[in-house]
Every structure is written in C-alpha cells, then in structure tokens.
Write a protein that binds this ligand. Structure first.
Ligand code: SAH
Ligand code: SF4
Length: 353
C-alpha cells in the first residue's frame, strides 16, 4: 500500500483498482496517506488555515433535492430570509472579527433578484475592499452569474453532488439535471470566478464507480475549491432512513483530493464536524486547509437545517471563531486572516486575458 501511495503522490493519477484499494484502506495505511497529504498541504499553505465567514442568507428554496432539509416539499421547515441590511451587518461583525472572506449561501430563493444580489455584493465590496465575496446560491443563468461577477463577487461554490448521470437522477427530481449543474460550473469558470465543486460522501447510491466519475469530472473542471462532507440524513426528507456517510471515507477522500490537486482550497466542513466531534481537526490533518465558521445571526441558525443535528447553531460568531481558532491551535496550526485566494489565481487570470 505504501508503494501505491508513493506512486500516486508522484503521478497524481489513480485507476479504478487503485481507487478501490484506497477506499478500503486500513487504519495504519490511512495514517501514511494522511501524512503525505498533510505534507503537500503544508508545502503550499504552511501551517495556516483560511477562515471563511459563512452567512446563511435564506432557507427558502425552489428546489426539491431529496437529501436536503431545505427542499421545498419539507412542510416542517421554518423558513427565514435575511434582509440585505442584516446580511451587511453580519459582514460588519465578521470584518471586525478579522474575516476577509464572506460566503453568502442559501437556497434558491427568488426573493433575491439579480438586482438585490448585485447590490449586496457591491455594498460589501465597496465597504471592505480587502475582502473576497463568495456566493453559493445555486444554479443561475450565465447572465446572472456574469452580473454578480461584475458587481464584485470573487468566488462561487456549487457542488456538482455527483458526476454520474444515473446517480444524479436518484438524488434529484427530474426537473434538475447534471447537465445544467455542469453547465453552471463551466460558465462560472469562463466568467472568471474561483470555482468550487464537490460531493456528499456516502450519499444514497454512491458507489466507487460514481466516485471515480467525480474524480474524472474534477480533473476536467480543474476547480479552485472542492467541498466534500459526509451525507447526513434529515428526518423530514425522503432520505430520512438512509445511513449517514462515513467520516473515515470522507477523510480518505480529502487526502486523495489534496494529493491530486495540491493547491486546491479544501474545507474541513461543518458536516464533517457534525458526523464526528473531532471531524474538522481530523480533516485538517488529512490535508484540508479551510474552515467556515458561521456568521449567521444565532436566531436563524437552527432553521438553516440542511441535515439533522448540525453543529454550531447556538454560538455567537465571536464564540464560533474562538472555538475554531482553539481547535486549530490544538493541532499545531494557525489562522490565516488574509483573503486566501487560490494560490495561482492571479496568474491564471492574467494568462486568460
Ligand atoms: N442551494 C445551494 C447552496 C445550499 S446547499 C446549492 O444547493 O448549491 C449546500 C450544500 O449542502 C449542497 O451542495 C449539499 O452538498 C449540502 N447538503 C445538503 N443536504 C445535505 C445533507 N443531508 N447532508 C450533507 N450535506 C448536505
Ligand atoms: Fe435547495 Fe441547495 Fe437544498 Fe437543493 S441542496 S434543496 S438547491 S438548498
């Protein structure tokens, strides 16, 4: 196994059998995989972890993804949306706490017209020109993405969820399509965003074959960020009875992705921290280099319920940040409070123009 891992680190390539072997890896060998991935992360980012302030702007969603607690058919969901003023005040608080990236995430909520989104982005960017704004607002047209970008948005997160057509159609109703998801990601790249894709690990009907497709897709897209976390069931969804994804496999995949994409921005996600109380620390030690503490007002946190038992729903932003900083320090890492762009991004942008 050590040989396989060494070869993988050299070639950054995996065939199906090698992926199979890694997904079945023993605890002892995983230690080695983790160590190799961690070394790569440290070589690129040092012992620094980027923090992103997450603002969950709305839990209204027009979509009906089978796995998600915000799906429109969930009649038990308590819905809220933040006003532009509330979003700005979260950013104010975040800036004061030292955050230099704000992630505005939400369900696909038509209340936020393009004009409104653009005006929020512009206001944040004008007030805080040392900050990056990341959007994660779902599937939009090329024109909408372009308008957000022209207003100053820097990055966009849109997990592809799975790159396998048949698997995609088991996770989503027929009105949603993998083709459109991919179209969005390629549009975002073309426009000039730093782009993030990703998957839930252990989503229902995920197999080694679908994960292999995910990796192939990522190689083609060449994302700047990859968000992965375990699938965690939500009691009021059609997937309520499905088992949660495994922390172990998530950690293995984090290491695989770090080795394949040495410079990619790779968060240790809240879902990982929900599945395992030490999940985020373990994620960093497996090669992740980003954490996304919550900046949403405490009054709405519980309502942004993508999955059951989500952590960090009770603390104020400052407590959240301090808690994460302590956790980072406890494993020998430090917070980096810069914008934390993708390492080659400026050059890449220059080359494109
Ligand atoms: N509406 C936007 C952003 C919010 S959802 C979008 O769908 O892109 C953000 C992410 O949460 C999704 O991409 C999905 O991967 C993750 N998610 C949703 N339900 C989940 C669950 N039950 N377990 C783990 N992650 C989940
Ligand atoms: Fe809406 Fe995103 Fe949840 Fe799908 S995953 S239902 S698009 S919030």
């Amino acid at each position: 196994m050590k040989k396989l891992i060494d070869k993988f680190c050299e070639t950054k390539k995996l065939n199906k059998d090698e992926l199979h072997a890694l997904l079945e890896i023993s605890h002892k060998d995983r230690e080695y995989l983790s160590q190799r991935a961690r070394e790569i992360s440290i070589k690129t980012f040092g012992n620094k972890i980027y923090l992103r302030g997450l603002i969950e702007i709305s839990c209204f969603c027009k979509n009906d993804c089978y796995y998600c607690g915000l799906r429109r058919s969930n009649k038990n969901a308590e819905r809220y949306r933040l006003t532009p003023e509330e979003i700005l005040s979260c950013a104010d608080k975040g800036h004061e706490l030292g955050f230099r990236t704000f992630v505005l995430q939400g369900g696909e909520d038509a209340w936020y017209t393009d004009d409104i989104v653009c005006s929020i982005v512009e206001k944040i960017k004008t007030k805080y020109d040392d900050c990056a704004v990341t959007l994660s607002l779902g599937e939009k047209s090329y024109e909408s993405y372009k308008r957000y970008y022209d207003s100053g948005a820097d990055r966009y997160l849109l997990r592809h969820e799975t790159a396998d057509e048949a698997h995609y159609s088991k996770l989503h109703p027929s009105e949603m399509s993998l083709d459109n998801r991919k179209r969005c990601l390629y549009d975002l790249k073309e426009i000039g965003y730093q782009v993030g894709c990703g998957i839930m690990v252990g989503s229902p009907w995920q197999t080694e074959a679908t994960i292999y497709e995910d990796i192939r897709f990522m190689k083609d897209l060449r994302p700047h960020m990859i968000g992965i976390g375990p699938f965690i069931h939500h009691k009021d969804t059609p997937f309520a009875e499905f088992e949660n994804g495994s922390t172990y496999t998530t950690l293995v995949l984090l290491s695989i992705l770090r080795i394949m994409f040495p410079k990619v921005l790779l968060p240790a996600t809240t879902a990982l921290g929900t599945a395992d109380p030490m999940g985020r620390e373990k994620g960093i030690l497996a090669g992740a280099n980003v954490l996304m503490p919550n900046l949403s007002p405490v009054s709405v946190r519980k309502k942004y319920s993508l999955y059951d038992n989500k952590i960090c729903t009770g603390e104020e932003a400052a407590e959240c940040k301090n808690c994460l900083e302590r956790r980072i320090n406890s494993i020998g890492y430090e917070v980096d409070s810069s914008r934390g762009d993708y390492p080659d991004f400026r050059r890449e942008k220059h080359e494109r123009n």
